[in-house]
Write a new protein. Structure first.
Ligand code: PA5
Length: 467
């Protein structure tokens, strides 16, 4: 991809403004003027964080050695039929989003010859019914397992790991186990790193300065992606191109600043605190789920950076066009004026399905004949945007040239950079997750982990196990 020109994704925020929506219904020039000094301060702060190496996301596309990921992926493609990813929170949705966007639809159902790599199963929960069903499904197959936990301590992932480790070791013996188990974790700390060192297992690094939900462009997302045949160089080239745009100080030239500022202002100045991401492409359905985790966990905070209790944070919602036009859209059109709808449109689809000119005598159907399904989906998106705009509902549009690796790389970087910038505007730390940490500790307490007895005592008796 190096040297190839990347077709840029585009952001259009016109329908966030009162000029488009009507007086009082959107942002005004005054809102923009008032936020300028704060935006400039946040920019300076982010530049300082980048220089100090505390904020790495912009550098990942260029300054990452993808050699180890590619080597492991090549080996797995040659030797296994199935890859299972174990992880939760930020460790899982990136791989799912990449697979859904960049592998052919119904990837796992395709015959081996039509797939570029093994089937991929991402297990992001510990529901025993699902987990047992997966173990049944994998019986008799050549399987590799990628355990992803930056901390190496998350109860859900570690429990999954222990189940799988025990089985694989019994079935394969220690030598083959080393080929089939890949641990992705912090380079030096945590239990997974310790186990990798003690047992000589293959381990890939999550850079310490990259938090779980920002880690899709590290081995966390890249190993599963490369193993199923996704062009990770093209993905990173796209992300790199967007990182360059997102390093500029001017919000007009920097799409992450424009996106972050528009959404922050919509919430803080106009009470539009529900931020819906609605792609019009099945391939981006899981991208919306990835965004929801990123936006919620990064911006939903009790305290601001100075320790003041603020309880801020927009509520993200993942939707899908046109499917959710027939469910959520009614609420977005006529419900409370508390939402921004972010459309994700795609200029060209990979396949074309023509709608034949049948039923010509039936007026209610004949108009469809001669179009194709992609055009219908695009028309649905355009119409919904026009309807929301006419109803005075704030919306913005992100247009991707295609659902391909360079565009998806750009979109991932755009949202990560916008989230970090929005964190600055909300004056919260977008990289921590103290609320998540507390529930982890309470779980340890309930399950009797030494050192967490005090946390067990904090769970009221009527909220514990009955027996
Ligand atoms: O974004 C985050 O930091 C979290 O969602 C974590 O990814 C999640 O809690 C899992 O943590 P770990 O990767 O340490 O197992």
């Amino acid at each position: 991809m190096a040297g190839n020109k990347i077709a840029p994704i585009r952001l259009d925020v016109r329908h966030m403004f009162a000029a488009s929506l009507g007086r009082g219904l959107g942002l005004s020039a005054g809102h923009l003027e008032r936020i300028k000094p704060l935006a400039a301060t946040v920019h300076d702060d982010l530049v300082r964080q980048r220089r100090r190496g505390e904020l790495l996301i912009h550098r990942l596309p260029q300054q990452q050695d993808t050699g180890p990921v590619k080597r492991v992926a090549r080996r797995l493609r040659r030797t296994v039929q199935d890859l299972v990813v174990l992880g939760i929170g930020g460790s899982a949705p990136g791989a799912v989003a990449l697979q859904t966007a960049l592998c052919p639809p119904f990837y796992n159902l395709l015959p081996d010859a039509k797939r570029k790599g093994p089937r991929l199963f991402v297990m992001d929960n510990v529901d025993p019914d699902t987990f047992a069903a997966l173990l049944d499904l994998l019986r008799g197959r050549e399987v590799a397992v990628n355990v992803i936990s930056k901390s190496g301590g998350t109860a859900e992932t570690m429990a999954q790991f222990m189940v799988v480790y025990h089985r694989l070791k019994r079935q394969l013996g220690p030598d083959k186990l080393r080929e089939r188990l890949i641990l992705t974790t912090d380079p030096s700390s945590g239990n997974l790193r310790r186990i990798a060192q003690e047992e000589g297992l293959t381990a890939l690094d999550v850079p310490p300065a990259v938090g779980g939900r920002y880690s899709v462009l590290t081995p966390v997302g890249l190993l599963p992606a490369a193993t199923v045949g996704i062009d990770i160089d093209a993905l990173l080239s796209g992300a790199g191109a967007m990182a360059r745009r997102c390093s500029k100080a001017d919000p007009v030239a920097n799409p992450a600043y424009a996106l972050g500022a528009a959404l922050h202002l919509a919430d803080a100045a106009l009470g539009r605190r529900v931020h819906v991401l609605m792609p019009y492409a099945d391939g981006l359905r899981q991208f919306a789920a990835w965004y929801a985790q990123l936006w919620a966990e990064s911006l939903g905070k009790r305290y601001d950076r100075s320790g003041r209790e603020v309880n801020v944070g927009p509520t993200p919602v993942a939707a899908l066009g046109a499917t959710d036009q027939h469910s959520q859209l009614q609420l977005y059109m006529e419900g409370p004026l508390d939402k921004v709808v972010m459309f994700m449109f795609v200029e060209s689809f990979r396949r074309k399905v023509a709608i034949p000119k049948v039923f010509r005598a039936i007026d209610g159907l004949s108009y469809l004949g001669g179009h194709d399904l992609g055009r219908l989906l695009q028309a649905e998106g355009f119409a919904t945007r026009a309807a929301l705009t006419q109803a005075g509902r704030m919306n913005l549009t992100i247009t991707l040239p295609a659902v391909d690796a360079p565009s998806v790389g750009q979109a991932l970087m755009l949202f990560e950079a916008a989230t970090v910038f929005a964190g600055g505007l909300y004056a919260v730390n977008p990289l921590d997750q103290p609320g998540v940490e507390l529930s982890k500790k309470l779980t340890y307490g309930l399950l009797g982990r030494p050192g967490f007895e005090d946390y067990a005592a904090r769970v009221p008796t009527d909220m514990r196990f009955k027996n």
